[in-house]
Design a protein around this ligand. Structure first.
Ligand SMILES: [Mn+2]
Length: 386
């Protein structure tokens, strides 16, 4: 029961299970795990794939011969286990050069270097079979607005994205680009803080069909927003290219907690939404074990993420199949054909009839039975129904 299998498409980043527990106040508490070792362990746990930043696999400054040896070992582990690398992303945040932005640094040397690093990561990912390229503009932000940079960054960021897309096209790579918003951290404010701001940017790119979203539970929650709504909008627009699952308390630093460990109800409705949507991309856990944990705790964390997802999937199915829930929803959406005939696409005739409309008084006194519906969801979650 609740045993993860590759067809569930669960993925982890090398940086997630490989997180060494460093925080702004404390040193590392765990040893770095070798990438090939992570692959074997994730495969044992039933994961589908492993994702990476360029530097998770090949640390900056690795000599070419060593680079080849690392790649050989990593590819052998992938071959031995059947694990996939569905997504790659460039680390545009660790290098001190990126302290005032990477693709939006005021220094064109830095912008060019960030772009070069992105192209090299596209090459690396293509070599590993990746088809999703995430762009997380974590350093593309500011603490100081006196520079007047804010109105300029959009053009720089847009040009860089267009450049990457055209490079990928010319190389014959089969990438979809997934943009990941976050409100703050590491910068005081990040320029593209929410799913809504990213969706708006995509419409201004040269090749918008190649770009979509990689929304993250923790990031929208940090902004005080409803992650389920954000994902629903991305889905409806055909823009959910990837998803970062984890958990988070509101108004805190980026906690990257085990999936479902804090906002169980939001996680429940998220799984409900994703599973019903036909989304068939990876279910990626961008989270890490608590700093209190040793390596055993890391694998318990990884198992927990996947197990909770599968339990919530079962609960969501039971909730949707519950006859009381179905009856409440039927009544909720019950619709008189008369007003429906006045809605939809504009016509002069409809507009004239709308002006004659008298709202039935029952629309003011009607109850929507949401207390009953929500209580049923809570009872499914608490395990006393279904
Ligand atoms: Mn993330």
């Amino acid at each position: 029961m609740y045993q993860p299998r590759p067809e569930h498409k669960f993925t982890f980043g090398l940086w997630t299970v490989g997180n060494i527990g460093r925080d702004p106040f404390g040193e590392a508490v765990r040893e770095r795990l070798e990438p090939d070792y992570v692959v074997y362990r994730l495969a044992e746990l039933g994961a589908y794939g492993v994702n990476l930043h360029d530097e998770d696999l090949i640390p900056r400054g690795t000599p070419p011969a060593e680079r080849e040896a690392i790649l050989r070992r990593f590819k052998k582990a992938l071959q031995d286990t059947g694990l996939k690398v569905p997504m790659v992303t460039a680390n545009l945040f660790s290098d001190p050069a990126f302290k005032d932005g990477a693709l939006t640094s005021p220094d064109p040397w830095v912008r060019a270097y960030a772009l070069k690093k992105s192209l090299e990561t596209l090459d690396l990912g293509a070599e590993l079979g990746a088809q999703i390229y995430v762009v997380w503009p974590g350093r593309e932000g500011a603490e100081v607005d006196a520079t007047g940079k804010a109105p300029r960054v959009w053009a720089w960021f847009r040009e860089a994205l267009d450049f990457m897309a055209e490079y990928a096209e010319e190389q014959g790579y089969n990438y979809r680009f997934a943009l990941e918003p976050k409100p703050n951290e590491p910068r005081g404010d990040i320029y593209l803080p929410t799913v809504g701001s990213m969706l708006a940017l995509i419409g201004t790119l040269k090749h918008p069909h190649r770009f979509g979203l990689n929304p993250e539970f923790a990031h929208e929650t940090m902004a005080g927003l409803n992650f389920v709504h954000a994902v629903a909008q991305a889905l409806e627009m055909g823009k959910l290219f990837h998803i970062d699952l984890n958990d988070q308390r509101m108004s805190r630093f980026d906690q990257d907690l085990r999936f479902g460990s804090e906002n169980l109800k939001a996680a429940f409705f998220l799984v409900d939404l994703l599973e019903a949507s036909g989304y068939d991309g990876p279910r990626h856990f961008d989270a890490h074990a608590l700093r209190t944990e040793d390596e055993a705790g890391v694998w318990a964390f990884a198992r927990g993420c996947m197990r909770t997802y599968l339990i919530l999937k079962e609960k969501a199915q039971a909730f949707r199949a519950d006859p009381e829930v179905k009856a409440l929803l039927e009544a909720y959406y019950q619709a008189d054909p008369e007003p429906l005939a006045l809605l939809g696409a504009y016509s002069r005739e409809k507009a004239q009839r709308l002006k004659q409309l008298e709202l039935p008084e029952a629309c003011r006194s009607r109850g929507y039975a949401l207390e009953q519906l929500d209580q049923l969801a809570v009872e499914h979650l608490l395990g006393v129904r279904g």
